[in-house]
Design a protein around this ligand. Structure first.
Ligand code: C2E
Ligand code: MG
Ligand code: MG
Length: 745
């Protein structure tokens, strides 16, 4: 029969003497007596019923048979100790019940002591161990005093077992909590997480609050989450909490950086004193079992680590949206902002992209620190120019994004920002900027798309209108997409060997002798049609692919020249076009040497055609590379002369061999406007260079050019560019007829 109300088994056990029931009554140990002898029940209760064991009284449940005991075992919880008679209904009833206690009722911690009146019924040692039986006593052994000792040792061992198991459960909850903290974003989330995890540990939601300081809450700590009777104190600064004692405890915890465990409360402090820190205040007066303070300390240590990670994550995500140098929103932040405004369906918005012209040379010449200051000064100017309702973001190295109302982002306003020189290190520095502008349409685009469109406009401005602005239009996007497609196709064509070289003969205008070949790149599509180099070379140049294409062309051209030499058909030299992008690379000279070495061609049989734009790269670097080439007897010519912007004084200083008159000027000869070609021819002679005219399409041009003192020429009138297989018979034929003409003369 039960003599007490069953109590739930607590999840958390028990700080020894402090185990107090709500209202001050101590929780009794629940002990089940199983014996078919009524006297034994009475004697036991009489001997120990009035005593306290490890600080608590006992309450008894009574069963007079194994069957009765079974029903109690299935319905009652929190049994600390079962004192069990071995022989009842049968000789083994007691031992069978042990099996029932452990296996069926699942009571792992409950302590069992067997007792028997008949010494012959002692269980085997193996049984004692298997069922985790504390002790075996004969009834005669159990005097009142021995019973007291037995209760003390047995209940203590029960207490230790429960405590161990509760700690194990607590630790696993704490580990689980750490994992859930990893997914939390933001302090509020974290504080709610603390309460949830505490509720898990305590078995119910406590009356409590979580306070934090630092970050946005720097200074006075404030309540982030408040539960139970503290609910209405949410968001209050700690100094304004209703209970001065709680104010004091929390303030102490924050100033000492320590947790505090009182009789009816605890304050858990976690975080870092000089960083982000938090304290949780929990009123424990209404809890049925107090928490193990050691376990709570482990919980705090764990929370501190999680909070530290949390603040690292916050710092990282802040960094993900802020440009470190200028402390401006970065590209990602700008895109998010545009997305948000678009979602709000705001109209009349514009996005501009502003790029500093020649910023890389400023960095190279003046150093990166100077460049940084220039960007800072420009960012201030831009913000002043457009006003504070425009978001200024740093989108890349030297490009700024401006996003806001269209009327604040006019190109005039933007460019006025640099009308006066910037002041850097106390000295004026004049810069120009180029900008692209896109007006956000009623039909929203994503932030990323808007930025892509404005970049298209900026790139176009950079190519065609440096120092000015270009407004994005839909067909610009179309063109950019086409270019992107072309580039992708070009990559594939290169990989699949769909590119090849053709060679155009160059001759001496006076004698007609074949003096050289120019290698020109071709791209054949799968339908057999050709993409002209004027279309694909610029795209390859902008993307950097030209570096690979150019190196490949050098190798193939040198190889072809070797084949011609082997057949005794070669002219003096092979000319290969070189883009500025190629020339700029630090290993350009090595690439040239590699092509020579692989093919075995002599440097004196190679000529490189560079454009005037190469000359404006900065004469120091150019001259150095050209001198190295010259040392290998490699010739250099200036291609398309007259179409670029090179300064003559620059050109004069460069070690060049030949100047090529662009075909545009040659074409004008027929119309009588041949003055430019003549000037170029004269200039070439003055500079001591050989002069070669491109695009000779008829006899008249040949004669006119020759009369101007132009030495050499190439053009359809002499020969079309040809693949090697056609070139070989052409050279044979041409040189043969030239020889015949010479013989006839
Ligand atoms: P370029 O270097 O000035 O080459 C001369 C261009 O004039 C070639 O055009 C040639 O086919 C063309 N041409 C030759 N004779 C005549 C003529 O009598 N009349 C006319 N109208 N045109 C003539 P192509 O082959 O279309 O090449 C165009 C440009 O593409 C080249 O101009 C060069 O700047 C570039 N390019 C070609 N191959 C390469 C290369 O391997 N690397 C680099 N970087 N650029 C190349
Ligand atoms: Mg050329
Ligand atoms: Mg040319």
């Amino acid at each position: 029969m039960t003599s007490d109300i069953p109590l739930p088994e607590p999840v958390f056990e028990f700080d020894n003497e402090a185990d107090v029931r709500p209202g001050g009554a101590q929780e009794p140990w629940r002990v089940l007596l199983v014996d078919d002898d009524l006297d034994v029940h009475q004697a036991t209760v009489f001997a120990v019923g009035q005593h306290h064991f490890v600080g608590r009284p006992v309450s008894f449940l009574h069963a007079y048979s194994a069957t009765q005991a079974k029903s109690i075992l299935l319905s009652e919880k929190g049994l600390a100790f079962i004192l069990l008679d071995v022989v009842m209904e049968s000789h083994t009833a007691g031992l069978d019940l042990v099996d029932f206690i452990r296996q069926t009722a699942g009571l792992d911690h409950t302590r069992i002591v067997l007792r028997t009146g008949q010494p012959g019924y002692a269980p085997e040692l193996e049984t004692l161990l298997r069922y985790d039986i504390n002790d075996y006593k004969s009834k005669s052994e159990l005097s009142a005093i021995k019973l007291l000792t037995l209760f003390t040792t047995t209940l203590r061992s029960y207490q230790q077992l429960c405590s161990l198991s509760a700690n194990r459960q607590g630790l696993s909850l704490i580990i689980k909590a750490s994992a859930s903290f990893m997914h939390m974003r933001g302090l509020d989330d974290f504080a709610i997480g603390v309460v949830t995890q505490l509720a898990d540990l305590l078995g119910s939601y406590p009356d409590g609050m979580v306070c934090a300081r630092a970050g946005l809450l720097a200074g006075q700590p404030r309540v982030l989450v408040a539960c139970g009777r503290f609910a209405e104190q949410l968001h209050l600064p700690v100094g304004q909490l209703h209970d001065p004692a709680i104010q004091e405890r929390l303030t102490q915890a924050f100033s000492l950086g320590q947790s505090d465990f009182g009789a009816d409360y605890f304050v858990l402090y976690f975080g870092q004193k000089d960083g982000l820190d938090m304290a949780a205040y929990v009123d424990t007066s209404s809890l049925c079992a107090p928490m193990d303070s050691e376990l709570l300390k482990v919980f705090c240590a764990q929370l501190s680590a999680c909070l530290h990670n949390q603040s690292l994550i916050e710092q990282l995500s802040a960094q993900a949206f802020v440009d470190e140098l200028l402390k401006l929103p970065n590209r990602a932040r700008l895109i998010t902002e545009i997305d948000q405004r678009q979602a709000e369906q705001k109209t009349g918005l514009a996005l501009a992209l502003v790029d500093v012209d020649d910023f890389s040379s400023v960095n190279e010449l003046m150093g990166h620190l100077y460049g940084d200051q220039l960007l800072k000064a420009l960012s201030l100017r831009l913000q002043q120019a457009v006003g504070l309702d425009v978001m200024l973001a740093r989108v890349s190295g030297n490009a700024f994004g401006l996003f806001g109302p269209l009327h604040s982002i006019s190109p005039e306003q933007i460019h006025a920002a640099v009308a006066r020189p910037l002041m850097i290190e106390g000295r004026p520095h004049r810069i120009t900027i180029t900008s692209g502008l896109v007006i956000l349409e009623a039909q929203p685009h994503s932030g990323a798309d808007c930025l892509k469109n404005v970049t298209i406009a900026l790139k176009l401005a950079k190519r065609q209108a440096r120092g000015q602005h270009v407004m994005y239009t839909a067909d610009m996007g179309e063109m950019a997409r086409n270019r992107a497609q072309l580039l992708a196709d070009l990559h594939t064509a290169f990989d699949r060997h769909h590119l090849f070289l053709v060679y155009q003969p160059q001759i001496d205008l006076a004698s007609g002798a074949l003096i050289g070949l120019e290698a020109l790149m071709r791209w054949r599509l799968s339908d057999g049609s050709l993409v002209p180099p004027d279309r694909f070379i610029p795209v390859a140049e902008q993307s950097g692919l030209i570096i690979h294409l150019g190196a490949w062309a050098l190798h193939v051209a040198c190889q072809s020249m070797q084949e011609l030499i082997a057949q005794d058909l070669s002219p003096l030299r092979m000319a290969v076009n070189v883009s500025m992008e190629q020339f700029k690379t630090s290993d350009f000279f090595d690439t040239v040497m590699d092509a020579l070495q692989t093919s075995g061609l002599d440097g004196c049989r190679l000529e490189l055609e560079i454009t005037e734009s190469v000359a404006i790269l900065g004469s120091g670097h150019v001259r150095e590379v050209l001198n190295k080439l010259r040392a290998q007897q490699i010739a250099v010519s200036i291609d398309d002369f007259g179409t670029g912007y090179s300064s003559l004084s620059h050109l004069e200083q460069l070690p060049l061999d030949r100047m090529k008159i662009d075909k545009a000027f040659v074409r004008q000869l027929g119309g009588g406007a041949g003055r430019i070609a003549e000037m170029i021819a004269e200039l070439g002679q003055t500079l001591g260079l050989r002069v070669l005219a491109e695009g000779i399409e008829d006899r008249a041009s040949w004669d006119a050019l020759q009369a101007m003192g132009c030495h050499e020429g190439q053009g359809f009138f002499i020969a079309q560019p040809m693949e090697l297989a056609l070139l070989v018979p052409w050279i044979r034929n041409y040189c043969g007829s030239l020889a015949r003409a010479a013989l006839a003369a």
